[in-house]
Design a protein around this ligand. Structure first.
Ligand SMILES: C[S@@+](CC[C@H](N)C(=O)[O-])C[C@H]1O[C@@H](n2cnc3c(N)ncnc32)[C@H](O)[C@@H]1O
Length: 391
């Protein structure tokens, strides 16, 4: 009975979270929850963890079973996304014995016994890129992706040794790639700062498209906090790098990250790629340009499932317009025969292969290689990357 009361309280708390979150929808759920718990200090650690889990699961089922009342909907989401749940036991007792069954079986049971329909979860199935299996992609949204780190050159053995000493479990994916359970507080291991980078596995894979050479000059034109730049510099330390972004604040994060990594030799500028870049760059020409374009982020929604329902589908077109404009702007600064690396963390064709088709149609570039990195198949982000050569 005590458990029943506790679960009812947790459901009411989730209701409050959802109601308050509705008012400020623009911020990520993770940030909202941090603020919510600060305002509700009476909540204990267990309640916080449960409320966070329930809220994330609620968003993971997107638009499915929308007509169901909150407790049923939470139970459906819990059934699908967890291997055990007191809430399922209470609200959907007939399904509870199957809560630890494989997802495939659970989906069949849910569709037989509730209003849940897989096709209702993700509203943009028709807009997916070639090479994305719609059904597998949607199922990946029910699972929290892993945390991936890239071990910086020379520190591979030390980082693994320290993780083991700290009792942190990890999977080795390659000489410098590790997968860890999400939520591991790595930053508390102070002596490892600068020796690894938190970087999604697909993001790390984009580096195989760079193929730079010593002495070349490269421009990371949407550098953000510098994830791709660090990847580039770690494999090609002897290049000359310009980093730019439209946001000053994010470039400050980049500076801090570069400092921690011991990287001091780079140029930095604030450049808005939707404006005339010649004002700042003159006619400077580069041997390689990375355009990690602003995008819908739909390949990362396993980490931010609140986006499944809050994303405005019309904005895909707006992102695509900015991507085309930005790519045309940077291509002007590329030497003939040299590569533009176009990257998105989107699974939408309008931001991916259609952007490439547009750029090829300008006659300015030819496509060397493109790939949809199917992170959704192994608990990572999904990304698109293309290498285009300036004619
Ligand atoms: C996908 S993020 C870059 C992530 C970064 N490359 C990394 O690996 O960590 C896209 C970046 O594009 C920047 N951006 C958005 N609009 C822009 C514009 N008009 N001109 C230049 N940069 C822009 C954003 O500020 C954001 O940092």
């Amino acid at each position: 009975m005590a458990t029943e009361r506790r679960i009812s309280q947790q459901i009411r708390m989730v209701e409050r979270v959802l109601h308050e979150y509705q008012q400020q929808r623009k911020i990520p759920l993770a940030r909202f929850l941090t603020g919510f718990y600060k305002r509700n200090r009476q909540m204990g650690g267990n309640d916080r963890r449960t409320v966070s889990r329930l809220t994330y699961h609620y968003f993971r089922i997107g638009n499915a079973a929308r007509q169901a009342d909150l407790s049923t909907r939470l139970a459906i989401a819990e059934f699908l996304c967890s291997e055990d749940s007191a809430l399922v036991q209470l609200v959907l007792p007939a399904l509870y014995p199957s809560v630890d069954k494989p997802m495939k079986e659970k989906l069949v049971l849910l569709e037989q016994q509730t209003d849940f329909r897989l096709e209702d979860v993700f509203p943009y199935q028709g807009q997916l890129s070639e090479g994305v299996d719609g059904s597998d992609f949607v199922k990946s949204l029910f699972v929290q992706p892993d945390l991936f780190i890239r071990l910086r050159p020379g520190h591979e053995a030390e980082v693994q040794k320290r993780l083991t000493e700290e009792g942190i479990s990890y999977r080795v994916l390659g000489t410098s790639r590790l997968a860890l359970p999400n939520g591991v507080a790595l930053d508390r291991i102070r002596d490892l700062v600068g020796k690894y980078e938190v970087q999604d596995d697909s993001s790390q894979q984009t580096g195989t498209f760079f193929n730079a050479a010593d002495g070349e000059s490269w421009w990371d034109a949407c550098a953000g906090a510098g994830g791709k730049s660090l990847l580039l510099l770690d494999s090609h330390p002897a290049i000359n790098l310009l980093v730019s972004d439209v946001r000053t604040s994010i470039l400050r994060n980049l500076d801090e990250r570069f400092e921690a990594a011991g990287i001091t030799k780079y140029r930095q500028k604030i450049i808005d790629l939707t404006k005339d870049t010649a004002v700042i760059l003159g006619n400077e020409q580069f041997d390689g340009i990375i355009l990690d374009a602003p995008c819908s982020g739909s390949g990362t929604w396993g980490r931010t499932p609140e986006m499944i329902t809050s994303f405005d589908g019309d904005s895909i077109r707006q992102f695509a317009a900015v991507q085309q404009q930005a790519a045309e702007a940077v291509i002007k600064h590329l030497k003939p025969g040299k590569p533009l690396i176009y990257i998105t963390c989107s699974v939408f064709s309008e931001e991916n292969e259609q952007a490439i088709a547009f750029l090829q149609n300008t006659g300015l570039v030819k496509l060397e290689r493109a790939e949809l990195l199917q992170g959704y198949r192994h608990r990572a982000d999904s990304m698109f990357v293309a290498r285009l050569i300036r004619r």
